[in-house]
Design a protein around this ligand. Sequence first.
Ligand code: SAM
Length: 270
Amino acid sequence: MENAFRFKKKFGQNFLTDANLLDAIVRDAGVEPDTTVLEIGAGAGALTRALAKTAKRVVAYEIDPDLKPVLAQTLSGSENVEVVFRDFMREDLPRLEGELGQYRVVANLPYYITTPLLMKFVEEAESCLGFCVMVQEEVAERFCAQAGSPAYGAVSAAIARRGTCRMVRKVPRTMFTPRPNVDSAVVRADFGEQFPVASVQAYRETVRAAFASRRKTLENNLMQTFRLSRTQAREALSAAGVPEGVRGETLSPKQLGTLSDVLVSQRILK
Ligand code: SAM
């Protein structure tokens, strides 16, 4: 890498260099010769280059313009790569999707925006086939957690509505430069509706309410979040087939979907 480049902690710059690991991530992601890949955070371009060896097209975003000369060097000869020097969080996803067609997200994500960034795809993406991303191990556990487990939360339930999610590889901190303070893991999600809901917005609000306070029962969380009387909350739970006194984190994503449909049918949510 160019001597002039200094790693910026504020952008979550922990780069990968091991060629075997990079090729393994490309395989983990299910990238094929006809795949369009959207990469977020090209860094010095090591993963971008590995992706470009197999994919049809790679569109890689990078927020840090100081990486321009580094990327130009790493990606010289990778004709199927376009690097966009922009903050991905400000990107208009529908516009980008119109340009990409069907695509997969593959990235070693900057840790400081991991969850909001992936939620953008989970909630808004139309032509995304799924993601395969490196995240902190603890975050990976949350993404893939099953109902009732300690790591299960609003993010697990949001992802589970959208697709299947599994941790495919653990990656020790020693594989990154500079070395972070935590270990990481690669998580793969394949999109494809798992269960239909009447309103995605209502599902999102129901999930948020269910996990609003883990110490409270679901009934109390519903009352507080949606300003319901106890009778209204009990009626909704009963219509959804949820026993009294349970906590939100014991409900599977599908049960949360049924509850959100009930709240829509009772005109509590839209
Ligand atoms: N892909 C490279 C690799 O695996 O070695 C770099 C990964 S590094 C963990 C994350 C990269 O994302 C950094 O290069 C950082 O500058 C970039 N980044 C951070 N925030 C970003 C944003 N909002 N939009 C685009 N890129 C961003």
